[in-house]
Design a protein around this ligand. Sequence first.
Ligand SMILES: CC(C)(COP(=O)(O)OP(=O)(O)OC[C@H]1O[C@@H](n2cnc3c(N)ncnc32)[C@H](O)[C@@H]1OP(=O)(O)O)[C@@H](O)C(=O)NCCC(=O)NCCSC(=O)CCCC(=O)O
Ligand SMILES: Cc1cc2nc3c(=O)[nH]c(=O)nc-3n(C[C@H](O)[C@H](O)[C@H](O)COP(=O)(O)OP(=O)(O)OC[C@H]3O[C@@H](n4cnc5c(N)ncnc54)[C@H](O)[C@@H]3O)c2cc1C
Length: 661
Amino acid sequence: MAGVKGAAGCVEELRRERAGCSFNMEELTNILDGGKDITTRRREIEDLMCGDPAFKDEVPTEYLSHEDRYTTEVRKVCHLARKMAQHNISSRELGITSVTNLLRDGNPLGLHQSMFTNALLGLASPEQQRRWGRLAQNNTIIGTYAQTEMGHGTFIRGLETTATYDPKTEEFILHSPTITATKWWPGGMGKTCNAAIVMAQLHTQDECRGPHPFFVQLRDLDTHHTLPGITLGEIGPRLGLNSQDNGYLRFDHYRIPRTNLLMRHSQVLQDGTYIKPIHTKLSYGTMIVTRVGIAVLCVKKLACAVTIATRYSAVRHQSELVPGEPEPQILEYQTQQYKLLPHIASVYALILSARSVASVHGKVTADISRGNVDFLPELHTLSSGIKAVSAQDSTQGVETCRLACGGHGYMASSRLPSLYTSATSCITLEGENTVLLLQVARYLIKSYRAAVKGKPVLPSVSYLAASPPVHHTPELSNKALVEAFRTSSASLVRETEANLQRLCDMGQNYPHAWNSCSVALVRCGELHTRYYICERFLSSVESVAVSEGTKGILVCLCRLYLVYHVTLNQGHFLRSGTLSAADLSTLEEEMSDLLARLRKQAVPLVDAFDIRDELLASTLGAWDGRVYERLYDEALKSPLNKTDVPKAYYKYLRPLIKASL
Ligand SMILES: CC(C)(COP(=O)(O)OP(=O)(O)OC[C@H]1O[C@@H](n2cnc3c(N)ncnc32)[C@H](O)[C@@H]1OP(=O)(O)O)[C@@H](O)C(=O)NCCC(=O)NCCSC(=O)CCCC(=O)O
Ligand SMILES: Cc1cc2nc3c(=O)[nH]c(=O)nc-3n(C[C@H](O)[C@H](O)[C@H](O)COP(=O)(O)OP(=O)(O)OC[C@H]3O[C@@H](n4cnc5c(N)ncnc54)[C@H](O)[C@@H]3O)c2cc1C
């Protein structure tokens, strides 16, 4: 294992927990990383970065001013970028690690390394990639993705920024006509970036062609001053991620060359003629790849949170389980196991499913480059679903872990609060969850209707019309539970479609009928995605080649995941008739057994996530379990503890106290 690990220095409780490990921890780590070689490379990079004192925080982030937080993270991230170049580490390789955990409060270069780079790769022509790719890789150009405006985030067609083509000068004129047209939110745009991919409404030959991506230089590459015709700034404090200098941007008739329109999928010729893409939504491609990335990113937050809460639960003793006996580890309480163990299982389920979507993405991207867009709607649906469910489950999971640590979980030094603020941002950014689940539902309803008419539908939704008639599942095997998910999902889609049709038949127009059914439609999107995740988890576990002990623990985790989600969604199963009340009681009893069995492996299971102390950065979750010493040491860093009597005493308290004497 990487880092300073071992029995020495560990509290007795954690030593005991680790001694009982029933599986090969390294095999589990490899599965999560995606292979042995990836684990090795990840550790190499993490060793290199974590051993570097330049990443240490002298003062905890929470005590710094807004500006000092930003400056500190910029210092660290520039050091990181230089080290990556020195050691030949690509952004993709950095993505397999958890090194960005060394940044405590957001990454000012995050959008540069993700969406900006991906937009150039996916939306720029080969010639444009040659023009900007190397400059971006060398960090000469630092860019962001500027799509959202004050007035519109979700509804991209409603964007107000215009890019009007002037054939006389062969330039586009970028303009922000209203206050609501102000670009608002892009990460790193306030102060860090000198360029952006800007989404704007393309106007040429007196026609609006919809939102298109443009490469726009925002600042002078030498002085970093904002260029004339542009107004730039930072949007102010946020719930979290305060070092990410999310920015605002306005254009005043700002001119850019025609060749700055990203031209891989659509072009504007010198005379202003518009060449259409082969699919109108290809310019939304950067969001698809980022959604898959976000799914993995928030699961990593969940892995950190559940590592912290599980180790803490093994160290913490509270109350009496049996009157008169010593206080047990809080991990002994079934309710505590229920708070933690399903989230350990979730990490596997979500990582393996996101990986599956990533591989669909690879195939569909290759198809698109050959001119085939047939699978794009399916990819859009899968990536929207996995992003929404991962963000939702991770956020709820992190919050449950925080609550599972009682009062100490409320301490910033536990790291749970900042894990929460970063996880919850993933519910909103990159497509608000409700909106994305409605996109999934849109595809489900369309596919169901097509399938009923005997038209061909794509593989992931072929079950909607082909599902067997509703029947009561005779047994409760893993396969049967996955099938029950599938049948319930098909049943919910059928029922919701029938309601939609009924409202239309009663005279409502389709958009209003859709809105009247949208609570159920969101559930359709969720249930379909949950079915996909359960199916992917089970099939990965069944096919993985590992030792018996490791297979055993994976099967147990997968079982817990299925049973947990069946019981959470029991209404759907009862309604569709796939499971009976008696089945659900049986499954609940089984859950008690699963919790008891997995409890013994809880600490080794989170150890297998292999998150180094420097990256976990938590007083409650360190490898050695020395919780109380760390809490105390961190408290000593409070600036208020520099003096015995605070200034506020002389200024305010003393006059109050003395006045009442
Ligand atoms: C909600 C929609 C999907 C609706 O779009 P619309 O243009 O109004 O759609 P419409 O005309 O009604 O057409 C729907 C149609 O468009 C399809 N579609 C929608 N998106 C895609 C896609 N990506 N690929 C392929 N197809 C797509 C849908 O499947 C529909 O197809 P259909 O008509 O049913 O055949 C869209 O506007 C959207 O994606 N909104 C979310 C905005 C978003 O994700 N913003 C991200 C900003 S960047 C960011 O947040 C970065 C954070 C990163 C960080 O900090 O780390
Ligand atoms: C931390 C953070 C970082 C971000 N970084 C970037 C960035 O780098 N670049 C960038 O361009 N943007 C960025 N964004 C913006 C982000 O993408 C948008 O905030 C997001 O897409 C949601 O859009 P909105 O804010 O307009 O919300 P709205 O769409 O106004 O949502 C408000 C409510 O309306 C509901 N709603 C909206 N439309 C519908 C519908 N059709 N049906 C049902 N309900 C609906 C939503 O569900 C939600 O409850 C960032 C946002 C955050 C929080």
